[in-house]
Design a protein around this ligand. Sequence first.
Ligand code: FES
Ligand code: MG
Length: 576
Amino acid sequence: MTRKTPADLRSARWFAPDDLRSFGHRSRMMQLGYGEEDFRDKPVIGILNTWSELNTCHSHFRERAQDVKRGVLQAGGFPVEMPALSIDESNIKPTSMLYRNMLAMETEEMIRCHPLDGVVLMGGCDKTTPGLVMGAISAGVPMIYLPAGPMLRGNYAGKFLGSGSDAWKYWDERRAGNISDTEWQGVQGGIARSAGTCMTMGTASTMTAIADAMGLTLPGASSIPAVDSNHQRMSATCGRRIVEMVWEDLTPDKIINAGACRNAAVVAMATGCSTNAVVHLIAMARRAGVPMQLEELDELGRETPLIANVRPSGKDYLMEDFYYAGGLRALMKQIESRLDTSCMTVTGKTMGENLEGAEVYNDDVIRPLSNPVYKEGSLAVLKGNLCPSGAVIKPAACDPKFHVHEGPALVFDNYPDMKKAVDDETLDITPDHVMVLRNAGPLGGPGFPEWGMLPIPKALIKQGHRDMLRLSDARMSGTSYGACVLHMAPEAYIGGPLALLKTGDIIRLDLPNRTLDMLVDEEELAARRAALVLPEPRFQRGWGWMFSRHVTQADQGCDFDFLQSDFGRTTGEPDI
Ligand code: FES
Ligand code: MG
């Protein structure tokens, strides 16, 4: 391997020449109190920090950035911490997904326009992982991903609580009148009790596992709890390692290839991943020139056993237990034969080398292949006359009696109408009904909100029902569960066939055969199509305007049409 010399550094273009422009750059670094010996001839490492006081999952990131800096300095680099858009799930309305691409654009452009030789990407809360990674792939400088790590297990009255999952569960019990206000408040105070991301296998844990399996984190880094001192040491190691990666010129195109993307998908399936993984993985892969398709993910969903016994797909455990059981390295060791172990990683070693010596310490948490939680079924992709471009469902997280189901549709055009109906105890509905919410996709939502786990109507809750078949063009939280068909594409708002559905139409789901249809004849559908009036795009200005004109549909990853190119290859920088 040929190592870079100081003269080869990207930052040398800013700091080395003896001209007026470089004089300006150098004198401004000196304004910060640095001497030339601090930043010249050294890898300049951008620490992209998605900290904010409203991002409750990243509250430890200000301190962690100091650990990264320590590592960078130890290895002879020059660290610069830079704030990046902090997209949190906890407080953003209408949905954080509206801003994933904004973070991706910001990441790419911040790297592109600054004298950075390499970057440490600090993220974790759902959209921050794909946003940072997509942008950094397109920017193309060496990068290492520093996952925020899961928060500690929730705890209330001697019971463990899982992020999201237990909130929905206790909410249903509260609506059924089974728990008191005091208990409900106890759950509120106990369900999120440390820094870190949701500690179920929700979208955050799924996406950081995906980054890990793609080879973008230190091996197993995604499993370390946020407040464990191992997390601080991992952060310092990221700092040391990125400096070496710069000298080695270990750029993302040497790490992310079709094998790495497939590894990420296999690992996602084995963990019982969030359905959101589909959208983000496709978007990330396409930034790296890997044309990942829904069909490939369905195939991997069929053949990969789910071996992480972590809620919501697993029954018993949470991410903290997963870490103590050996974490992601141990899980990957179990499925090593299904992985492309020749893939390069940020360590400069192959995935196979990184997995050497990994062990499972609790085989009830990380199951052997001979005793999986489910033999298959983390994710399935459906097609049919309701979703010609696809839809997804999480078979492992729903009552099996809905795997083959026929029932009448109850259709809602918007969230407020649906919300009102589910709270109406006199609602005329049976457990066989199929609840449908439309106009909740990428353009309809807008921004593709997580509304897909439609609440079970109170009328059914009171009768003891806790699951029913639900359809939407929305996403759902990775911590959600139930017989929910999601991401129906094309979405209703742009005239997808879901827009033609009427209350009372019979819907048929056949999960084993991967079909989802409305049993309405062609002639009738054609008449409804002719009468359909499409709504105007929602935004007159601003980010929403740009989003609604360029976002792709769910099956394409919801990236902007003008950003999906191999490692950002279509853009050119002027040589100034
Ligand atoms: Fe941040 Fe769940 S809210 S990871
Ligand atoms: Mg989430």
